[in-house]
Design a protein around this ligand. Structure first.
Ligand SMILES: Cc1cc2nc3c(=O)[nH]c(=O)nc-3n(C[C@H](O)[C@H](O)[C@H](O)COP(=O)(O)OP(=O)(O)OC[C@H]3O[C@@H](n4cnc5c(N)ncnc54)[C@H](O)[C@@H]3O)c2cc1C
Length: 379
């Protein structure tokens, strides 16, 4: 039986970052994942995600973003590959938008100049937009296109022969964790479960707190390609009302403007990656672009499906839900990670460090708002 100090089950962005942090620290770690980098499965798949420094979800995330940014820059310097493309971000919404107000407040709290802009000025600065005059708008730097396909490949390449490309099952023991793949048996002193949408299946006690949703993503052929290219056009997030947020990227890969809803799609299971995103699912996005970003609107030229894993609101240390779980699993040598809800990718280096420390430093606890004890059944 092969042995290691720490096993990492699941090598999406979170498990991949955890494995990298462990190996960098000289820990005898192994990672397990049947899905290769570049596949179209797993919540980390696809070419890009938005990196934001000032997060409207929660001011707690600003320092996590700063820490993660340093990690991305380090990976970029070490690999010589482009991991982040710094790009301004425009966040806009109907008058009184809580999303815009929170993003603005997060920047001001960090001592940044007020990022508020009138819609008229934003439309002039970025002529692809047609934002209504009365909308609230902030435009900030500190955002970036995070090249996740590149990151996934780099993470796997760095871990090399420490990756077992197989599905793994686990059995907690008093002194560690037995891990079994189709071809081999392993024993790890500790195991990190970074299983993305599959986490609730692996730990049924967690399933009631995790809601997996289907998210349709489209690439739109821009009506005016020149005004939506990287360098002339920002990343954008548009708050059109309750549960109606649309985000998008500049056309940085000559594939059109990638745009998608940030509201939750239908609840599905972790293996439900098909069928492909339909015209009906993408129609509201096309309509939003036509109304608010007409230069980016046009026929759908590519499409994808990804899964969000959304955490339930906490009932002890109250939160509104969608926060991450990064903690030890009670009475075991397991560490659990659920960091999605559609906004986890940007934090992967910082989350990987936390997972590695939870596995190797008994005195370490992740921040209280990541802990399971915010839910009464784990208090
Ligand atoms: C459409 C979409 C848009 C998003 N946009 C953004 C964004 O703009 N900015 C942002 O910051 N975040 C964004 N996110 C969120 C971000 O992508 C996720 O937070 C992140 O990818 C979650 O990574 P993960 O490692 O937890 O999960 P995953 O990437 O799903 O990794 C889990 C891994 O576990 C493996 N696995 C499953 N079962 C087993 C097993 N038994 N044994 C071994 N391995 C197993 C799977 O193969 C998979 O590779 C978005 C997500 C989606 C879906």
């Amino acid at each position: 039986m092969r042995k290691c100090e720490v096993a990492v089950l699941g090598l999406g962005l979170m498990g991949g970052a955890a494995l990298g942090a462990l190996l960098d620290a000289g820990v005898d770690a192994l990672g397990f994942d049947p899905v290769a980098a570049g596949s179209d499965r797993g919540s980390s798949h696809g070419s890009c995600r938005i990196f934001r420094r000032f997060n409207f979800e929660n001011p707690n995330y600003t320092s996590l973003s700063d820490e993660a940014h340093a990690g991305w820059i380090r990976l970029q310097a070490e690999s010589g590959q482009t991991v982040l493309t710094e790009t301004p971000i425009l966040e806009a919404g109907r008058p009184g938008s809580a999303m815009v107000a929170s993003s603005r407040a997060a920047a001001i709290a960090k001592g940044r100049p007020d990022p508020k802009m009138t819609a008229a000025v934003a439309n002039k600065e970025f002529p692809a937009f047609n934002l209504p005059d009365d909308w609230d708008v902030v435009v900030q730097d500190g955002a970036a296109i995070l090249h996740t396909a590149t990151v996934m490949k780099l993470m796997r390449a760095r871990a090399r022969d420490r990756v077992i490309p197989e599905r793994a099952s686990f059995t907690p023991r008093h002194d560690g964790v037995s891990i079994r793949t189709a071809s081999e048996e392993f024993f790890a002193e500790r195991a990190i479960l970074a299983l993305g949408p599959w986490l609730g299946r692996a730990l049924p006690q967690l399933a009631a707190l995790l809601n997996v949703t289907r998210q349709a993503v489209g690439w739109f052929k821009p009506a005016s390609p020149d005004t939506v290219v990287s360098g002339r056009f920002p990343i954008f997030i548009l708050d059109r009302g309750p549960d109606d947020i649309v985000y998008g990227f500049p056309d940085f890969e000559q594939r059109g403007v990638k745009a998608a809803p940030h509201n939750h799609g239908p609840v599905v299971g972790p293996d439900d990656w098909g069928p492909q995103a339909s015209d009906a699912e993408l129609r509201p996005i096309g309509e939003a672009l036509a109304a608010l970003v007409p230069d980016a609107a046009g026929p759908i030229i590519d499409r994808d499906v990804c899964l969000y894993t959304n955490t339930a609101p906490a009932d002890i240390r109250l939160d509104a839900g969608e926060e991450f779980i990064i903690d030890r699993w009670p009475e075991s040598r397991l560490i659990v990670c659920s960091a999605c809800s559609g906004h986890g990718a940007k934090f992967a280096p910082a989350i990987g460090q936390r997972l590695a420390r939870l596995a190797t430093d008994p005195s370490y606890q992740a921040e209280p708002f990541f802990q399971l004890s915010r839910y009464s059944q784990f208090a």
